[in-house]
Design a protein around this ligand. Structure first.
Ligand SMILES: C[S@@+](CC[C@H](N)C(=O)[O-])C[C@H]1O[C@@H](n2cnc3c(N)ncnc32)[C@H](O)[C@@H]1O
Length: 315
């Protein structure tokens, strides 16, 4: 059973080391800041995946709509759908037989996406689902009448540790038939400087994105975090491929959270582990899929090979 926001905060801030789940970055303000991040020149991820779709949209349609079978295009964590719209536009132009199911826990971002799609793609069949990935997936038609093509884009998979990624893909694979596809966007290993710059921007946008979670705790749970007492510290480890973001307490301090009726103590220079953004190589992607019972059906790259959209099928 999934824990509530309050209980996850209690668990994370009581642990050693302290951590907070990055899925809570996305409230209304967080959605807004993430859209600013995606526009930063340093944040190559969005541009790379956009390029993948622009270059390969026809091949992607041939795969998903192969044999003329209708399909359900299901997107986990759809966000503002900026890149997906490249596919939607093309699929509509080609009169593909499909319906789009954007899933997101952020009701705010989903409302904006729905309004945008209604305006710009009035003929598109859309059913937005404001829920956690698997709760939403369970609500869909599993009769097999329509092929499922599940999108998990934006290197969101990189926010999981390896074991979490395997169990996530396993859980997904169990819901798929041998006809279905999963397309996952993976950020590839590259020049460490390019990677670190994407998470350590000079404008302080990524810093604001991280601190916004402390503000969210203040607003929604009655916390009294003073965000000026925390320093944003991103690192990239080229050995493990992990980019990590921390908020470091710059002094010894106590934070009280009213709805938990609990004080949390921070030592000077104690860190909160905020997010992992894993970078991959192709062999690791293949073995990750295999551990979850999935095989690579197709790989789509951008020009620089910064990013890959891997399509998996059940083994
Ligand atoms: C990093 S954004 C990516 C958005 C988009 N896929 C892209 O590539 O630009 C992640 C999105 O996933 C949503 N999300 C995160 N965890 C989720 C979960 N467990 N269930 C449903 N949506 C989730 C967030 O609300 C957010 O809109």
């Amino acid at each position: 059973m999934s824990l509530s926001f309050a209980e996850e905060v209690r668990k994370g801030l009581s642990s050693k080391p302290k951590f907070l789940s990055s899925k809570y970055f996305y409230n209304e303000k967080g959605d807004e800041i993430f859209q600013e991040i995606m526009k930063m020149p340093e944040y190559y991820l969005t541009r790379s995946e956009y390029e993948v779709f622009t270059m390969h949209k026809e091949a992607i349609l041939n795969l998903f709509g192969g044999g003329g079978k209708p399909f359900q295009l299901i997107e986990f964590g759809a966000g503002d759908g900026f890149k997906t719209k490249v596919l939607l536009k093309h699929f509509l132009k080609r009169n593909a037989r499909f319906k789009y199911y954007p899933i997101d826990i952020s009701g705010n971002v989903l409302e904006e996406l729905s309004a945008d799609l209604k305006k710009n793609f009035p003929t598109l069949g859309v059913k937005p689902l404001n829920n956690e990935y698997f709760k939403a997936l369970d609500k869909l038609d599993h009769s097999g009448a329509m092929r499922k093509a599940v999108l998990f884009l934006g290197s969101n998979i990189g926010n999981f540790l390896h074991d979490q990624a395997v169990s996530f893909l396993c859980q997904l694979a169990k819901k798929l038939s041998h006809e279905d596809y999963v397309m996952v966007g993976f950020d590839l290993k590259k020049d460490p400087e390019a990677i670190l710059n994407a998470y350590d921007d000079p404008y302080g946008i990524t810093k604001a994105f991280n601190l916004n979670l402390l503000k969210r705790i203040n607003d929604e749970l009655g916390g009294n975090f003073d965000t000026t007492n925390f320093k944003h510290w991103p690192i990239y480890n080229p050995l493990t491929g992990a980019t990590k973001s921390f908020l470091v307490s710059t002094k010894s301090q106590e934070v009280f959270i009213e709805s938990l009726q609990q004080n949390f103590s921070f030592k000077a220079w104690e860190a909160i582990d905020m997010e992992i953004s894993q970078k991959y190589d192709l062999d690791t992607i293949k073995s990750l899929g295999a551990e979850a019972g999935l095989e690579v059906a197709k790989e789509f790259f951008d020009c620089k090979h910064y990013f890959v959209n891997t399509v998996f099928k059940r083994i």
